[in-house]
Design a protein around this ligand. Structure first.
Ligand code: ARG
Ligand code: ZN
Length: 886
C-alpha cells in the first residue's frame, strides 16, 4: 500500500519530463498469483528536460528481477530501488533501451489498481497511477508511448486475451495448453490508458461503419451467459459513435473497439484506448433487473467513455491538475448526447439536481477545491463532482458566452491543434479566445476559484412609468485556503414574463444597460460585482426569469413572491425555470417547516397557491410526464440541509418534508390516484424516454399519495409490486413500502430478495433501499445485512450500495447519538488496508459535518479525529480526513 509521504504535488512545480519513452513492449505471462511482466522501453533524453538528469522511474510495490540497459545487465551500483522508484543515476545521453522483469500477484491486489482479478478474469485499472503497479515507467500523462503487448496464458485460465489497439497475432505456445495474443496500439498514449484483460468471457459482437467508411469490429465482453444483458449497451455505443461524428465531426480511429464489463471496479468505467473497462452495472441490463435510471446511466457512461477517445485519449492532459480538461469536457459531451437522445429540458433538470446534490455540497464544505486544483496529496481523491460536473458547467458557460458558432469553431481548432498532445486548460481556452476574438482571462477564474458564487437578483417595478429595474450582484463565500474571492464572468440567460403569463420579448421594450448582442442572445454577462438593467414601457408588470436553463453553476437568491413564482411555474417559456419555480416554492415551505420542527402542518397550512400550482401542472394535458414528475419531486433532505447551511437538524428537515409530502398527497389525492392506475394498454417494456417518463410520473404520484394515506399507498404499492413486468415499477413500489413500518414491508423485502437472489446488481438495490430507511432501526439493520450473503466487503458495488447508501441517509448517518458517524469511521478504517480508494470515497460522507447543529458536530468531529489518530493510513484516507478537519 502506498502510504502518505506528506509531500503535496504542486502545479507550480510542473517541469517537462527529463526523458521520453517512445515505445513500450510488454510481455506478460498471466498467472493468478505470479504474473510475470517483462518490459522493454525505448527511452531518449527529452530536449525540453534537464540535461544529464538521473532517470527516475515510478514503481509501486515492485521488485525488479533483472534490469538490462542496451543489452547489458545493469550493475547494482548503477541503480537505486526504493518502495516507489527505480533510479538510474547516470543513463546514456543517447537513446537507449531498458528491459525490466517483475512479478506481480493479481489475486492479492485488493486495491483494484494495476493488474487484479475480478470474477474469473484478469483486468487492469491504470488511471491515475496504476500502471506503476504493473511495471516501472514514467507514470505521468505527458509521456506518450506506442505500446505493443504480448499476453500469454493457459487457454483454460484465459481463453480471451485483450489489450489496446489492433490484434496483430495470436497462436498456440509450445505447450499446447497455452496460447498468446499480440496487440499493437499505433496511437502514442500515456500509460494510464493502458489496459489488459484475460479470462473466460463471452462476447457480444457487432460492426460499425464510420462516416469515412472504416469498418470497426465492436465487442462487449461479459461474464459467461450474460450476453443477452449487453444489447442495450451495444446500441448506446453505436448511437454514441454516430452522434460524435454528427455533433463534433469526430470519427473512431482503430479497427477494433472493445468493452469489458467487470464486477469489481472502484469507479464507473475507464476509457483505455480501444479497450474500455466498465463496472458491469454500466453494461448489464434487462427490463426485469434494471430501472429506467439504470438504462439512462448505461447510455451516459457508454457515451462518456467512448467520447474520451477524442477528449482524453487523442488529446490528453499535460498533468493531473488538468484533469477537468478531459473530464469536464467529456461530461459536457455526454450530457449533450443524452439531451439529444432524450428530452433536453428533463435532462438539464436531472443534471442540475446532481450538480447541486454533489458538487454544491462539495463546494460548501472543507473539501471544496478548484476545478483546476493547484496541489494534491492523492490524485485519486480528485475524481470529484467539482472536476467532472462543475468542469462540464464551465464548458457550457463558455458556449453561452461566446455563442454556438464560435464555440464549435473553437472545438474544431482544439482538435486540430492539439491532436496527439498532452494539453492544458490554457491551451483549451486559447482556442475559444481565438475563435470568438475575446479575452477569456477573467473567465479563467472559474478554474482557479473554489466555491459556489451566489447571484442575488432584486427587482423593482414602478407602476407610474411601467418600468422594471433588475439588479444583479454576485459574491462567493470564502473556502479553505481562499479567503477572498474575485468576481467571475457569469452568463445570465434572462427573460421577462408578464404577470398574466404573457411572454415579453426584450426586443419589444425599451432597455437600458443591455448591449445589442445581449439583447439578441438573451444572455446577460455579469462580470463585476453588480449590474443593473432597466426595462421601460412594459405592457404589464413583468417578472424577471433569471438564469434560464441554469446558464451558470451558481446559487440564486431572488426576491420573487410566491405568486410571481406561481406565474413562472405556469407560464415561463423556459422549462428549466418552470421547474425551478416549483423547487423554490417547495424549498421555502420546507425551510419554514424545518424551523417550526415538529409542528406538523395540515393541508390548510400550505399556501393554497402552491397547491393550485401543482394541481395545474398535473392537469396540463400537454405536459411531458417526465417533466411533471420532476416538478412533483420535492427537494431532497440533503438539498435542504445544504440550503439551510448551518446548525442543521436532519430530523427536523425529515419531519418537514414528510409533512409536505403528506399534505400534497392528501390535497391532490384524486389526481394522484388517477395517475397511479396501471396503464390501460400493456405494451412491452421499453427504456426509451417517453415510456420512462410515464413511469416516473406514476411512481412519483404513488410516493406522494402514500405520504397522505399510508394504508392506500401500501395497498397500491403491493399491487404494483406484484403486477410489475419491469424493475422500475417494482423497485419504486418496494421503495414506497419500505417507508411504511410493519410486517408487510419485511415480507415484500424478503420476496424481492428471493426473486433476485442470483442477481448481484439487483441485490445492490435491495441493500441500498434498506440502508435508506429513515428510522432509528436502520443502523442495526445495516449491521445485520453486512453478514447477509448478498453483501461482501470485497466488492465496491456492494459497499457503495449498503454502506454508501447508509451514509447518504440524512437522519440515520447523522444520528444524534453519533453512532452513524462511528459506524462509517470504523468501516473506513477497516477498509483502508484493503481498498484505500473506496475507503476515501466513503469518507466523503462527512463533507458537511461542520454545518450540523453543535451536538452532532461534536460527534462527527470525534469520529474524524479517531481516524486521524490511526498511525498507519493510506494517502487517500489521510488526505480526506486531514482536509475535512482542517
Ligand atoms: N477516467 C475515468 C472516467 O471518468 C475515471 C477513472 C478514475 N479512476 C480512478 N481510480 N481514479 O471515465
Ligand atoms: Zn471520464
Amino acid at each position: 500500500m502506498r502510504t502518505d509521504d506528506g509531500k503535496p504535488t504542486l502545479l507550480s512545480e510542473y517541469r517537462p519530463p527529463d526523458y521520453l519513452i517512445e515505445a513500450i513492449w510488454l510481455d506478460i505471462v498471466l498467472h493468478r498469483t505470479a504474473t510475470r511482466v517483462r518490459s522493454k522501453l525505448t527511452i531518449r533524453p527529452n530536449p525540453a528536460g534537464r540535461p544529464a538528469a538521473p532517470l527516475r522511474l515510478d514503481g509501486d510495490g515492485l521488485v525488479p528481477h533483472a534490469i538490462i540497459l542496451d543489452g547489458q545487465a545493469l550493475p547494482l551500483t548503477a541503480q537505486v530501488v526504493t518502495a516507489d522508484s527505480l533510479t538510474i543515476a547516470d543513463p546514456p545521453r543517447e537513446p537507449f533501451t531498458l528491459e525490466i522483469e517483475t512479478l506481480t500477484d493479481p489475486s492479492a491486489n485488493t486495491q483494484l489498481m494495476g493488474l487484479y482479478r475480478s470474477g474469473s478474469a484478469y483486468c487492469t485499472q491504470c488511471e491515475a497511477e496504476g500502471f506503476r503497479r504493473i511495471t516501472y515507467t514514467l507514470d505521468r500523462p505527458d509521456v506518450l508511448s506506442v505500446f505493443t503487448t504480448r499476453i500469454e496464458a493457459a487457454k483454460e485460465d484465459a481463453p480471451v486475451l485483450l489489450s489496446n489497439g489492433n490484434l496483430v497475432e495470436t497462436g498456440a505456445c509450445e505447450d499446447p495448453a497455452r496460447h498468446f495474443a499480440v496487440w499493437h496500439d499505433p496511437f502514442p498514449k500515456p500509460c494510464y490508458l493502458f489496459a489488459l484483460v484475460g479470462g473466460a468471457l463471452d462476447c457480444l459482437s457487432d460492426t460499425y461503419v464510420t462516416g469515412g467508411g472504416r469498418r470497426v469490429a465492436l465487442g462487449i465482453y461479459v461474464e459467461p451467459g450474460k450476453v443477452p444483458l449487453a444489447h442495450y449497451a451495444m446500441d448506446a455505443l453505436k448511437r454514441s459513435m454516430r452522434w460524435d461524428e454528427k455533433a463534433f465531426g469526430r470519427e473512431y480511429d482503430l479497427d477494433i473497439f472493445n468493452i469489458v464489463a467487470v464486477s469489481d471496479f472502484n469507479m464507473g468505467a475507464m476509457e483505455n484506448k480501444g479497450l474500455n473497462v466498465f463496472n458491469d452495472k454500466y453494461i448489464l441490463a434487462s427490463p426485469q433487473t434494471a430501472t429506467d435510471g439504470d438504462y439512462a446511466g448505461i447510455e451516459t457512461v457508454i457515451a462518456h467513455e467512448y467520447f474520451h477517445n477524442w477528449t482524453g485519449n487523442r488529446i490528453t492532459c499535460r498533468d493531473w491538475f488538468q484533469l477537468c480538461l478531459k473530464e469536464g469536457l467529456t461530461v459536457y459531451r455526454d450530457q449533450e448526447f443524452s439531451s439529444d437522445e432524450r428530452s433536453r429540458p428533463v435532462k438539464r433538470i436531472a443534471d442540475v439536481r446532481t450538480l447541486r446534490l454533489r458538487q454544491f455540497a462539495e463546494d460548501a464544505g472543507p473539501l471544496a477545491h478548484n476545478v483546476r486544483p493547484d496541489r494534491y496529496l492523492e490524485i485519486n481523491n480528485f475524481y470529484t463532482a467539482t472536476i467532472y460536473e462543475k468542469g462540464a458547467e464551465i464548458v457550457r458557460m463558455l458556449r453561452h458566452l461566446i455563442g454556438m458558432d464560435a464555440f464549435n469553431q473553437g472545438m474544431t481548432l482544439y482538435f486540430d491543434r492539439f491532436d496527439g498532445t498532452a494539453a492544458t486548460i490554457e491551451d483549451f481556452l486559447g482556442c475559444f479566445a481565438e475563435t470568438s476574438e475575446s479575452d477569456l482571462s477573467q473567465f479563467m477564474r472559474w478554474y482557479e476559484q473554489a466555491g459556489t458564487p451566489e447571484l442575488k437578483v432584486v427587482s423593482t417595478f414602478e407602476p407610474q412609468d411601467a418600468s422594471l429595474t433588475v439588479e444583479f450582484s454576485q459574491s462567493t463565500a470564502p473556502t479553505q485556503g481562499q479567503p477572498t474571492k474575485q468576481p467571475l464572468v457569469v452568463p445570465v440567460a434572462f427573460g421577462l414574463v408578464g404577470v398574466t403569463g404573457t411572454p415579453i420579448a426584450l426586443a419589444d421594450v425599451a432597455t437600458e444597460g443591455l448591449s445589442a448582442a445581449e439583447l439578441r442572445s438573451g444572455v446577460v454577462e455579469l462580470d463585476g460585482p453588480t449590474r443593473r438593467l432597466t426595462f421601460r414601457g412594459l405592457p404589464e408588470r413583468a417578472i424577471p426569469s433569471t438564469l434560464r436553463g441554469f446558464s451558470a453553476p451558481v446559487k440564486i437568491a431572488t426576491d420573487l413572491t410566491p405568486s410571481d413564482l406561481t406565474v413562472l411555474l405556469a407560464h415561463d417559456s423556459d422549462s428549466f425555470n418552470r421547474w425551478q419555480a416549483a423547487q423554490t416554492l417547495a424549498t421555502r415551505v420546507l425551510v419554514e417547516g424545518t424551523r417550526a420542527a415538529g409542528s406538523v402542518q395540515r393541508p390548510n397550512d400550505v399556501d393554497p397557491g402552491l397547491l393550485a400550482a401543482f394541481a395545474a401542472v398535473l392537469d396540463d394535458p400537454h405536459a411531458d410526464p417526465a417533466f411533471v414528475a420532476q416538478v412533483m419531486t420535492l427537494p431532497t433532505e440533503a438539498d435542504l440541509a445544504r440550503d439551510i447551511g448551518q446548525d442543521v437538524d436532519p430530523d427536523a428537515i425529515h419531519i418537514a418534508r414528510e409533512s409536505l409530502r403528506g399534505t400534497l398527497g392528501s390535497a391532490l389525492h384524486d389526481r394522484l390516484l388517477r395517475l397511479c392506475q396501471p396503464p390501460k394498454d400493456v405494451l412491452p417494456y421499453s427504456p426509451a424516454a417517453p415510456d420512462a417518463g410515464r413511469r416516473a410520473l406514476r411512481n412519483t404520484a404513488l410516493w406522494l399519495l402514500a405520504g397522505g394515506d399510508a394504508g392506500l399507498g401500501q395497498d397500491l404499492a403491493a399491487a404494483q409490486f406484484d403486477a410489475a413486468d419491469n424493475m422500475t415499477d417494482r423497485i419504486a413500489a418496494l421503495g414506497v413500502l419500505s417507508l411504511i413500518p410493519g410486517e408487510t414491508r419485511e415480507i415484500m423485502l424478503n420476496r424481492f430478495q428471493v426473486m433476485f437472489a442470483d442477481e448481484p446488481l439487483v441485490g445492490d438495490k435491495w441493500l441500498s433501499l434498506q440502508a435508506s430507511i429513515p428510522e432509528a432501526g436502520t443502523l442495526d439493520r445495516v449491521e445485520r445485512l453486512m453478514s447477509h450473503p448478498t453483501f461482501s466487503m470485497a466488492t465496491p458495488n456492494r459497499i457503495y450500495a449498503l454502506i454508501g447508501g447508509f451514509s447518504a441517509n440524512q437522519t440515520q448517518f447523522n444520528r444524534q447519538d453519533g453512532r452513524g458517524y462511528d459506524f462509517i469511521a470504523e468501516i473506513v478504517m477497516t477498509l483502508d488496508d484493503k481498498n484505500p480508494q473506496v475507503a476515501a470515497r466513503l469518507l466523503n460522507a462527512f463533507r458537511l459535518w461542520r454545518t450540523m447543529e453543535p451536538h452532532r458536530r461534536t460527534r462527527a468531529e470525534a469520529a474524524l479525529e479517531r481516524i486521524a489518530e490511526r498511525p498507519s493510513l493510506s494517502a487517500d484516507v489521510r488526505d480526506i480526513v486531514t482536509r475535512s478537519l482542517g
